[in-house]
Design a protein around this ligand. Sequence first.
Ligand SMILES: [Zn+2]
Ligand SMILES: [Zn+2]
Length: 225
Amino acid sequence: MSKCLLCHQPLRPPMTLAQFWCWQPLPVPVVCQRCIQQFDRISATHCPQCGRQQTKMTVCHDCDRWGDQRLQNHAVYTYNEAMKAYMQQYKFQGDYALRQVMMAPLQQALMRETYDVLVPIPVNQETWQARGFNQVTGWLRNQPFQQVLLVTADHKEQPQSAKTRQQRLLTQQPFSLAPNAARVLAGKQILLLDDVYTTGRTLRHAATQIYLGGAKAVTSLTLAR
Ligand SMILES: [Zn+2]
Ligand SMILES: [Zn+2]
């Protein structure tokens, strides 16, 4: 019997017809119901700009202060303890098998987005060498994407509080465009894909470059916010 990728308990197939018709994370589950329920799905009421879970559909405090109306983000889950633990194991311990846990939820989320070209946020060379994979493209199953962004500087997200507004505005653009970018982006609607939206800085830098490449519109999707 296969085991849950997260808690390693044996996976039992759904018992009842009711369970069968319920939303399932994957046709062949890779995590147990108890584990998948630890992840907190963002509902229809969220910040219209960054996608944060809220009780109202109004622009959240952070977006009001720091936001950039050129970029609208949607997120699938809240960045709760379960998601932090998952990211820790997947990204920082480099457990590539864990990509399967989020493949189906991400696939469903992508189907709800409107876009012409999917552009994942790349990882820098150092991370690539240490981890051996890009955590974002790891979640993609058969969805086509274009890697038109190149990393030229470190783009690790830092807590909003760690910097003053002035410092944040001065942060270096970490991305450049790949040689084929203009051909891919010209006149197209682009969806950026990243793991976690923290301050939105990474996505805003990416969006700036994508617009420079000739895109008509840019929105973003993250697994967590
Ligand atoms: Zn489990
Ligand atoms: Zn917001």
